[in-house]
Ligand binder design. Structure first.
Ligand code: FES
Ligand code: FES
Length: 207
């Protein structure tokens, strides 16, 4: 489906919102020919398990995980790339799953919070979040933990950030580096300082 077709179908939804409910329902029940969702088979591996899903091509990776695979650990905070609650690791890189279409991940290996650890066997980053009280309500925490795990991989791979002094040297794990790299993960409860402490502890153990 072209970008133009996606925009047109979005416009149709807005118009439907302004109609009486009965008219909107009638229209929803009888989609115009040519406007039916385009479906595609998407094969991807999530937390080590292979899946093939038949999806509307407009389905985001986040909705594929939550609605189709029932992996509800990844959270939907804003649904437009501003909060980081939906962060997952795709092919070794952290991404906002709400900003990525599932069809773009055919053949990819995805890791969600469910694939990092279990309640009986927590990932070291999850243990550190618990030890340092890196959360309150916990809504942002799955995204924070996935992001934090990927941040340490990025630093280990020598990828500089906006606050790295020397772009050619291997970045050091400083509080400034962690804050900058985690700046896409918002926490309404304000657990930021404890999150930095948790990540610093895990980085120290890996050094
Ligand atoms: S839900 Fe994806 S960034 Fe907020
Ligand atoms: S712990 Fe509540 S939003 Fe972060």
């Amino acid at each position: 489906m072209s970008r133009r077709e996606v925009l047109l179908s979005g416009g149709a939804t807005v118009v439907a919102g302004a109609m009486p409910a009965s008219a909107a329902l009638a229209q929803a029940a009888a989609p115009e020919p040519g406007r039916a969702p385009v479906l595609a088979e998407v094969a991807l591996t999530v937390n080590g398990t292979a899946h093939t899903l038949r999806l509307d091509t407009r389905t985001t990776l986040l909705d594929a995980l939550r609605e189709h695979l029932k992996l509800t650990g990844s959270k939907k905070g804003c649904d437009h790339g501003q909060c980081g609650a939906c962060t997952v690791i795709a092919g070794g890189r952290r991404i906002n799953a709400c900003l990525s279409l599932a069809v773009m991940h055919a053949g990819d290996e995805i890791t969600t919070i469910e694939g990092l650890g279990t309640p009986q066997d927590l990932h070291p980053m999850q243990r550190a979040f618990v030890r340092h009280d890196g959360y309150q309500c916990g809504y942002c925490t799955p995204g924070q933990v996935c992001s934090a795990v990927a941040v340490l991989e990025e630093i280990e791979a020598g990828i500089p950030s906006h606050v790295s002094d020397d772009l050619d040297a291997r970045p050091r794990v400083t509080a400034d580096e962690i804050r900058e790299r985690m700046s896409g993960n918002l926490c309404r409860c304000g657990a930021y300082s404890n999150i930095v402490d948790a990540i610093t502890e895990v980085a120290g153990r890996r050094a």
